[in-house]
Write a protein that binds this ligand. Sequence first.
Ligand code: PEP
Ligand code: MN
Length: 342
Amino acid sequence: MIIVLKPDHKEEDRRQLVETLRALGLAVHESRGVQRTLVGAIGDEAVLRDLPLESMPGVERVIPILKPYKLVSREFHPADSEVEVGGVAFGPGPVQIIAGPCSIEDRQLLLETAHAIREAGATCLRGGAYKPRTSPYAFQGLGEKGLELLAEAREATGLPVVTELMDPRDTVLVARYADVVQIGARNMQNFRLLKEVGNLTKPILIKRGMSATITEWLMSAEYVAAQGNQRILLCERGIRTFETATRSTLDLSAVPVLKSQTHLPVLVDPSHAAGSWELVEPLSRAAVAAGADGLMIEVHARPEAALCDGNQSLKPERFARLVEAVATVCGAVGRELGGGDR
Ligand code: PEP
Ligand code: MN
């Protein structure tokens, strides 16, 4: 439940309340806004039955949270959250674009792509070193060597980097190199992995599972938040439907739905949803028009030679055009595009 404190509550009353809740075995999370301080009490609420919370000093009112997720809910944190990554803020401010190859394949290719996307206006670089491939015979990623190359590209461009973690055993290694740790669609409900990244202090980007409902997705975010890490980005990447014209069906309704249910920043990855590069720009425009706080786009210096997802990867010059088109939509919906000072 959420306990709303009076605007003029005494610090001593807040401390007393928090101590009482903790003594009852509840986890306490506080949200201090400009106007109000909210205290979230999470756990078995039956222990609160005999506590006259509403008449405790400093308490204005008590609101039960009916949703199964609490920390990530809008009720708990009414204002949009901002997640800062190496000087780039994801959230209600500028729309940010993460771009880069599906997988890190080669030093020269990565550096060339990284410089090109930075030039075009991207504010973060993506690239997988551990790849979740459907076939065990397909390229699986360069592993730690790939992480080293990604760190070199960050050094060369100044762009923070996003990379996927697939196995809890690699958490420390991946977190050493990544600025944002990505949890892929296939691992959205790997609860052990979610708990592991919940113990990190780095931001976590959680992609939507291809058959996950929005509530299930938010429960995955809650797993991370409940461990103490509330620096979370959500990324819609398409879901499985009966439609076969695209790789997945981009569920753009998820954007405004999430905006009403959660305070977390919402990103859209049109590349994996579309599965073909021609569709990436129109879907990007639509995502920003629908209220997305950012995009994740696959870009490859030579898509025809890519070891993974070449069909959906944009060449750098096409990506530059996409950024221009997205900037126009940002203007139309009253948002700025990040990376404007480049
Ligand atoms: C990726 O971002 O390269 C990826 C594998 O995405 P998803 O988990 O959305 O399929
Ligand atoms: Mn990919």
